[in-house]
Design a protein around this ligand. Sequence first.
Ligand code: 5GP
Ligand code: MN
Length: 333
Amino acid sequence: MFTPAELSEIKNLLTPENKIVILTHYNPDGDAIGSSLGLKHYLAAKGISAEVVVPNDFPKFLKWMPEAKKNIIAEYKRKVAADLVFEADVIFCLDFNSPSRIGILGDWLTKANAKKILIDHHQQPENFDFVYSDTIIPATCQMIYHFIEAMGDESLVNKEVADCLYTGIMTDTGGFRFRSTSATTHRIVANLIEKGADPALITSNTWDTNTITRLQLLALILGRIEVVNDTVAVLYLTRNELKEYGFQKGDTEGFVNYGLSILGVKMAAFFMEDLYEDFIKISFRSKDAIDVNQFSRKYFNGGGHINAAGGKSQENLQETIETFKERVVEEGF
Ligand code: 5GP
Ligand code: MN
């Protein structure tokens, strides 16, 4: 948590007169949108307005969250987004650890004069004016709750705040099951339910939203899943397949976990050609001590958490998968 001195500085910055902007990472997920909107609704309950700015669009299954549709999407509203960042007095940076993770917003964030407050659970955070980083906590949404507590404002957690924070904790813990899910996580989730979060509705809004396209893409990749050395699962999708099936943002969310669910598999990698640009986006997942954050940093220009990370490759799909298999052997996975 921030030190008491930092917290009192932050309290002084959070006034109705100051312009407050909340940023989160590229390809926003449930935790990114949940923490941003959760913080926004908390600030609103304090009488402080804030704007959420995201680098690019986010999946439909997150747009049910209160005020999600008011988020400024920088790839569509470049000028509005830039003006907000440059005119801000305070910028909250949520669920990312480096300006390189927020696309076009990164350059603006670096140049902006605002006080920058980081709240994030990724490995190796970079410098910000105020840093609350804890890689043990499973979701940034949980950290927003701790921040609200530290501000002495638990009573301001209303249904909107609770629904948003619950969503991010649920998605980033894979439904309360990943390793970092703690007793504290569950206590906070219980509090959120008492404050009005609706677990059944949140789950169905977020997860029971399969489209036929998504299920067909899933059937395709499951049909050809490859397991290397009995321990590493490899999945992939080509650009042509994405086009053929009418891919929409979010359709492949969670696919990599099917690789990790195979008995004996310790690491899974999902490779996907970008729809428009010539690069491969990779998702890594692992169990126990296999550190995919380090692996992705070392070989695939990425990062994330020990057991969940992402990266990129400029090689073509086949070369990328071959390179990956060689690196896996080198690392002895
Ligand atoms: P996903 O595989 O779900 O896209 O990402 C898994 C985790 O790794 C998330 O916490 C995400 O923020 C992080 N991540 C994904 N892609 C990248 C990347 O290219 N660079 C870094 N540093 N982190 C990433
Ligand atoms: Mn997160």
